[in-house]
Design a protein around this ligand. Structure first.
Ligand code: BGC
Length: 906
C-alpha cells in the first residue's frame, strides 16, 4: 500500500490550537486488528432511572381528570414545569398528580424517533413537493395515516409536521420540506395530511408559523411582510389548515415577523391565531426558538422546546410574578393548553402514552412492510412530474444506458430535521432493474461523482471481527486534557454519517475522543479516496498511516447544522481483495478559530466517506460511449440531502459540479436521452432543449426507484403536476433581490407576487410553469360551469367534464383558477389568475369522460384590504377557469359578484 498524502503517525499530539487543552494524546492505535471488547448496552439509550421510568409508574387518573381541577391542585412550580419540555422530545410529567409526559417526533416525511445518532429505521414518504405534485387530497390523507402509525411505533403521539411555509424562493434550504409556492395548494394538501394523522389519534404540529421561508439567519432575521402578502400568501396555508383540519398543535417560527419574534408575537399568537381564528390547540416553540420569559408566556407560547428549560425556570418566573411583571393567569392559561393537549392525546393513545419511555419499534412485520411499500410506491410515482416528452417515453424496449451520479445513490429526502434512516430503499438503478420489461437491456455508467461528500462506508468495511459496520469507541478526557487509554464506551455502528446530537454518557463528560475502527477489503486495484468531515478535530488513518488531517487546518462547511467542516479528502493506493485497517480519531473539542454563527445547535458529528477514486474525465468519456452504444439513455442527476437541507439555503439553481456538462454531452451522443432529476425544488436546466425527455422525481422516499421506474416504463401513466414554478434563472425569482437577510431584515418587497403570480404579471417566461405535468395520454375539458349557492356566506360549486382523448388510461388532476374583474373597482392589482380548487380523477379509460365538482368559498374571490384590515371582494365580472398550467387557461366561465362583502373571522 502506498500513501499519497501526509505523514506516518501512531499517536497524535494535537497542535496548541485545541479548544480546551494545549496538549493531549489520543489512544494508541491497535497495530494488529484485534477484536475490541463486546458492545455494552447502546450508549444512545439512556439507562432507566426512577425519573425515566416515566409514565409507566403513573396511574391513569389523568384520563378522566378535569383539567381545571387538576390545575387547581398544582403548586405554582408544578404549573411552571409544564411550560417547557422535560427533554428533547417529551413534555414534562408530574408524578405527584399522575400527569404523564407525551412524546413528539419529527416530521415531516417520516417519524425519525428520538435519536439523530441512532435513528430508528423508518418508512420515508416522499418530500413535500412530491406529495403536493400529486394534487390528491385522498392520497395525502392516506400518507398521514401511515405517518400516524410510524409515530406511534416510536412511542410518539405528535408528529412535528407538516411544514407549510411558502416557497418564496426555490433556493430556500427547506423548500423540499414545504408543499408549494401557492397558498391554496399548500393549505389543502396540509389539511389532508393533518386529517390523516389526527383521525388516527396523532397530533399534527403545523410549522413554522410564520415567515420562516429561508434558512439564512433564521433565528434572528426579521421577515418584513406587508399585511396583504402576510394574509394572502404566508398565513393563508395555516388559515386553511385551521378552517379545514384544525391541527391540535402549532410550532412557532424561529424568526421575527415585522419586528417581533413569532414566539413572543402577541399580534400573531393571540390576536390572530387564537382570537380571530379560534385556534384552541397547543403552541410550541421551534427547538431553541424561545427568546424571552414573560413576553413569550403572555403572547401565548404554551410550550418551550426542547427541555430542560432555558427560560422558564421556577425561580425566575416566581420572581416575575412577585414583581407583577408576569400575570399568573397567563401561566394558568399556558399550563391549561399543555394539559388539555396532553389529555386529548393520552385518551386517544393510552397504551402508547403510558408506556413512554419505551424502546422504539420499526414497523417491519411482513404485513406492515407490504402495505407501507405499496403506498410508498404509489406516493413516489404519483408525485413524479413528466416535464418533457418528445415521444421517447415510456421506454418498453431496446438497450438503455442508465447513467448519472444519482442512479445508484440512495436519495431519500432532503436533510436536517427531516432526515430519516429508511428501513429499506430502492434507488433508481434498482427500480429500473427490478421492473425491467423483457425487451429492455440495461447498462450502467457513473458519468460523474456528483455528491458533495463521498459515499458512506459500505459493505467493503466491517468491524474488526468481521461484522457489518464498524467499531466505535469513546474515550473520556480528564481535567488536564489527557485522553484515557481505555475506552469508556465500546459500541458498533453501521452508518458512517454520525450526527452525535443526542449521544451522551454519564462518564464521558461534555468532550471526549471517539475512535472508529474497521477492516476494509478493497474491491479494486487502484486508488481509493477517503473523506472526513468533523465538528471537532479528526484524523483518518489507513494501516496506521495518516491519510487525512482534519485538524491542523480546517474550513467550516454546511454539515451538522453548520457546525461541521467541509469534507477533507485523502487518497490511498490499494489492491483488490487485500484487507486494510481504517482508523478515525475524533476529538470533539473544537479549534478556537472555528466560530459557528447562525445555529442554536452546538453539536458533535463525524462523517466518513470512501469511494474508488473517480477519474472525472474518464467517467464522462465512458458515459458518452455508453450513451452512443444504447438506443436510449436514462440519466439520473440532481441534488441530495447534502445540497438541500435545513440549516442553509442553496446558492444557485444549478445542478452540482459538472452535471450540466454530462447531460449535454450525453444528449449530444444519444438523441433519446431522458433526464430524471432528483431534487426537492426547482433546478435550472440549461440543456432542456437538447434532451428528449425530462422527469422531475423529487425525493421519493424508500420507494424512490420504483416510483421512477414505474413512469419510465409506463407501468404508471404520470399524473404529477408542478407545485411551483421552475424559473429559467435566479434573477427571474420574485424574491431574487431580497432573499437573504440583509443586516437582519428580509424585505418581502415582492408582496403578493410570488411564483406564477409574479411570472404571469411580469410576462416572465418560466422554464416550466406551475401546474405543468404531462401524461402518456391527453385530456380535454368541456362543460365548465359554476353554480353560486344561496346563503349567508358566498359559496359556489365549479364543475367540468374531463375526457380521455388519448390511447391509454390515465389519472388527471383538474386545476380551477379564479380571475378577478379586469378593472378592479378598488384600484387594487390582483393576480391575473389564482388557483382555488383542484380535483383528481383516477384511471380514466381512453374515450371515457367523467365530471368533477369542486367547492369554492368566499376566499376564492377575496383579497386582504390593508386600509380596513378585513377580507373583501371585488364587485364585478369574475371568471372561473381551468388551467393546463398557470400560464395556459383552456376553459372559462364568467360569474358576477354584485355585492360588497367584508369579514375578518376565519
Ligand atoms: C426544526 C423543526 C424541527 C425541530 C426538532 C428544528 O431545527 O426547525 O422543524 O421540528 O428542529 O427537530
Amino acid at each position: 500500500m502506498g500513501l499519497t498524502s501526509s505523514a506516518r503517525a501512531n499517536s497524535i499530539s494535537t497542535p496548541a490550537t485545541s479548544a480546551t487543552s494545549s496538549h493531549f494524546s489520543t489512544p494508541t492505535p491497535s497495530r494488529q486488528p484485534t477484536p475490541p471488547p463486546q458492545p455494552q448496552s447502546s450508549p444512545a439509550q439512556p439507562t432507566m432511572t426512577d425519573e425515566t421510568k416515566g409514565n409507566a409508574a403513573l396511574d391513569r387518573s389523568f384520563l378522566d381528570a378535569n383539567v381545571d381541577e387538576l390545575l387547581h391542585q398544582m403548586t405554582i412550580d408544578e404549573k411552571i414545569s409544564l411550560l417547557a419540555g422535560k427533554n428533547w422530545w417529551e413534555t414534562t410529567s408530574i408524578s405527584r398528580l399522575n400527569v404523564p409526559s407525551v412524546k413528539v417526533t419529527d416530521g415531516p416525511n417520516g417519524a425519525r424517533g428520538a435519536s439523530f445518532f441512532k435513528m430508528t429505521k423508518a418508512s420515508a414518504i416522499p418530500s413535500a413537493t412530491c406529495l403536493a405534485s400529486s394534487f390528491s387530497t385522498d392520497l395525502i390523507s392516506e400518507a398521514g395515516g401511515l405517518l400516524a402509525e410510524e409515530a406511534k411505533a416510536r412511542g410518539a403521539v405528535c408528529l412535528l409536521a407538516p411544514t407549510i411555509n411558502i416557497q418564496r424562493s426555490p433556493l430556500g434550504g427547506r423548500a423540499f420540506e414545504s408543499f408549494s409556492e401557492d397558498p391554496t395548494l399548500s393549505g389543502r394538501i396540509a389539511s389532508a395530511y393533518i386529517h390523516g394523522l389526527q383521525s388516527a389519534g396523532v397530533s399534527a404540529c403545523v410549522k413554522h408559523f410564520v415567515g420562516n421561508d429561508q434558512e439564512h439567519e433564521r433565528n434572528g432575521e426579521d421577515s418584513v411582510i406587508g399585511d396583504r402578502a402576510l394574509r394572502e400568501v404566508y398565513l393563508r396555508p395555516f388559515q386553511i389548515a385551521q378552517r379545514e383540519a384544525e391541527p391540535w398543535a402549532l410550532m412557532t417560527a424561529y424568526n421575527k415577523v415585522n419586528g417581533t419574534h413569532v414566539s413572543e408575537n402577541k399580534a400573531l399568537l393571540q390576536d390572530l391565531l387564537r382570537k380571530e381564528w379560534g385556534y384552541d390547540g397547543l403552541v410550541m416553540s421551534d427547538w431553541y426558538g424561545t427568546y424571552s420569559v414573560s413576553e413569550s408566556i403572555e403572547a401565548g407560547l404554551s410550550l418551550e422546546m426542547p427541555g430542560p428549560t432555558i427560560w422558564r425556570q421556577p425561580r425566575m418566573l416566581n420572581h416575575l410574578i412577585m414583581s407583577h411583571k408576569l400575570d399568573p393567569r397567563a401561566i394558568d392559561a399556558r399550563a391549561h393548553e399543555v394539559l388539555a393537549w396532553a389529555q386529548k392525546l393520552a385518551r386517544l393513545n393510552p397504551d402508547i402514552v403510558y408506556a413512554v419511555p419505551t424502546p422504539e419499534r420499526t414497523r417491519d412485520s411482513a404485513d406492515e412492510r407490504a402495505s407501507d411499500a405499496k403506498l410508498l410506491r404509489r406516493l413516489a410515482g404519483e408525485g413524479v412530474v413528466l416535464l418533457k416528452n418528445d415521444g421517447v417515453l415510456p421506454i418498453r424496449e431496446g438497450r438503455v444506458a442508465v447513467i448519472g451520479p444519482n442512479a445508484k445513490t440512495r436519495v431519500i429526502s432532503g436533510g436536517g430535521s427531516a432526515a430519516l434512516r429508511p428501513l429499506w430503499s430502492v434507488n433508481a438503478w434498482e427500480g429500473m432493474v427490478e421492473n425491467k420489461p423483457n425487451n429492455v437491456e440495461l447498462s450502467y455508467s457513473l458519468g460523474l461523482q456528483g455528491a458533495k461528500f463521498l459515499p458512506m462506508l459500505d459493505e467493503c468495511f466491517t468491524t474488526i471481527d468481521g461484522k457489518r459496520g464498524f467499531d466505535l469507541l469513546h474515550y473520556s478526557i480528564d481535567a488536564n486534557g489527557e485522553v484515557a487509554h481505555e475506552p469508556t464506551v465500546v459500541d458498533t455502528h453501521d452508518v458512517s454519517d454520525m450526527f452525535l446530537a443526542d449521544f451522551r454518557h454519564p462518564r464521558l463528560g461534555q468532550h471526549y475522543v471517539s475512535e472508529v475502527r474497521a477492516k476494509f477489503t478493497s474491491p479494486i486495484t487502484g486508488r481509493y479516496e477517503f473523506g472526513l468531515t468533523v465538528t471537532g478535530q479528526g484524523w483518518l488513518y489507513i494501516d496506521d498511516e495518516l491519510v487525512i488531517d482534519n485538524a491542523t487546518k480546517q474550513t467550516l462547511g454546511s454539515k451538522f447544522f453548520g457546525n461541521g467542516t467541509i469534507e477533507e479528502k485523502g487518497r490511498v493506493a490499494v489492491e483488490k481483495g487485500k484487507t486494510y485497517t481504517l482508523r478515525v480519531v475524533h476529538d470533539s473539542r473544537r479549534l478556537v478559530s472555528r466560530t459557528v454563527a447562525g445555529t442554536p445547535f452546538i453539536v458533535k458529528g463525524i462523517r466518513i466517506g470512501a469511494f474508488p477514486l473517480v477519474d472525472a474525465h474518464q467517467a464522462m468519456e465512458d458515459a458518452v460511449k455508453a450513451a452512443r452504444a444504447a438506443d436510449s439513455v436514462v440519466l439520473v442527476a440532481g441534488l441530495n440531502a447534502d445540497y438541500e437541507s435545513e440549516g442553509f439555503d442553496r446558492p444557485t439553481l444549478g445542478l452540482p459540479l459538472a452535471s450540466d456538462e454530462l447531460i449535454t454531452r450525453v444528449a449530444e451522443a444519444n438523441p433519446n436521452t431522458v433526464v430524471v432529476v432528483q431534487a426537492g425544488s426547482a433546478v435550472s436546466m440549461p440543456w432542456a432543449d437538447k434532451v428528449a425527455g425530462i422527469i422531475q422525481a423529487w425525493y421519493g422516499g424508500n420507494e424512490a426507484g420504483n416510483g421512477i421506474a414505474d413512469v419510465v416504463y409506463g407501468i404508471r401513466n404520470p399524473s404529477g403536476r408542478l407545485p411551483l414554478s421552475f424559473p429559467k434563472r435566479e434573477s427571474d425569482i420574485a424574491a431574487a433581490l431580497n432573499f437573504k437577510s440583509a443586516r437582519t431584515k428580509v424585505h418581502y418587497s415582492e408582496g403578493i407576487w410570488v411564483g406564477y403570480k409574479h411570472h404571469n404579471a411580469r410576462g416572465i417566461e418560466p422554464l416550466f410553469p406551475f401546474g405543468r405535468g404531462l401524461s402518456y395520454t391527453s385530456f380535454k375539458y368541456s362543460g365548465l360551469a359554476i353554480n353560486v349557492k344561496k346563503g349567508d356566506e358566498w359559496t359556489a360549486a365549479g364543475r367540468v367534464t374531463v375526457t380521455n382523448t388519448g390511447q391509454v388510461a390515465g389519472d388527471h388532476s383538474v386545476h380551477f383558477y379564479t380571475a378577478p374583474p379586469p378593472e378592479s373597482p378598488t384600484g387594487l392589482r390582483h393576480p391575473e389568475v389564482s388557483l382555488q380548487a383542484f380535483a383528481k380523477v383516477y384511471d380514466l379509460a381512453p374515450g371515457k369522460s367523467t365530471t368533477v365538482e369542486v367547492k369554492l368559498d368566499k376566499y376564492a374571490i377575496s383579497h386582504w384590504d390593508e386600509y380596513d384590515s378585513t377580507w373583501k371582494v371585488e364587485v364585478g365580472e369574475w371568471a372561473l377557469k381551468v388551467g393546463e398550467d398557470a400560464q395556459t387557461m383552456v376553459a372559462e366561465v364568467p360569474f358576477t359578484i354584485d355585492n360588497e362583502m367584508a369579514w375578518t373571522k376565519l
